[in-house]
Design a protein around this ligand. Structure first.
Ligand code: TMP
Length: 192
């Protein structure tokens, strides 16, 4: 089973992902961007305000392809539980925003690129915070933290949740980390 954690920067998903490592010691914990050289290329692009959004999309997508082939699919084939901190929905939501005005219907475009090769998550925990809270909590100085941009990203996540309500579980992530972790663990217990 493939479970993914999604949300804005500062939504607390990495804290939840770390807490789950104690609860599910046998699961495979992974993330995007990955720790491979593909992921490093992505991180370089993240700190470059002049990065071309189309080039950036393909860096992220290359990282995802390698992540799927080298980590996610092999673990699922062994019957393992895989829990990923960010996955394809991050591309649909974030690059769907950075590509606005660059390509027509950006989110559909990004989904279309993934569709032939990706593997959809079985369950996605969406840690929902408003853009202002996300920007205030997140101390990274990269371009993704601008509130206006995060608003757009959040709108895209909303569209994704509305389109697949059975795959997404929305968690109110404006609450304390303990409350958020509790809810996530309850949902996982029910679903696994
Ligand atoms: P992180 O906060 O989970 O470490 O993610 C790093 C940043 O990368 C965050 O601002 C979201 C962004 N991102 C994308 O724009 N597209 C993607 O596909 C992924 C995986 C991350």
């Amino acid at each position: 089973m493939l479970v993914t954690l999604e949300g804005l920067d500062g939504s607390g998903k990495t804290t939840v992902w770390e807490a789950l490592q104690d609860t599910y010691p046998d699961a495979v914990f992974t993330r995007e961007p990955t720790e491979t050289w593909y992921g490093e290329a992505v991180r370089r692009s993240l700190t470059d305000d002049d990065a071309d959004p189309v080039a950036e999309l393909f860096l992220y997508t290359a990282d995802h392809a390698a992540h799927l082939a080298q980590t996610v699919r092999p673990a699922l084939a062994e019957g393992r539980l895989v829990i990923s901190d960010r996955y394809s929905d991050s591309r649909y939501a974030y690059q769907g925003a950075t590509l606005e005005g660059v390509v027509p219907r950006p989110m559909e475009y990004v989904r279309g690129i993934h569709q032939p090769f990706t593997r959809a998550p079985d369950l996605t925990l969406y840690l929902d915070v408003d853009a202002e809270t996300a920007a205030a909590r997140s101390d990274r100085g990269n371009k993704f933290e601008r509130v206006e941009h995060l608003r757009q990203v959040r709108d895209n996540y909303e569209r994704l949740v509305d389109g697949e309500p059975e795959r997404f579980h929305r968690v109110d992530a404006t609450r304390s980390p303990e409350a958020v972790i509790d809810e996530v663990e309850q949902v996982l217990q029910r679903r696994l």
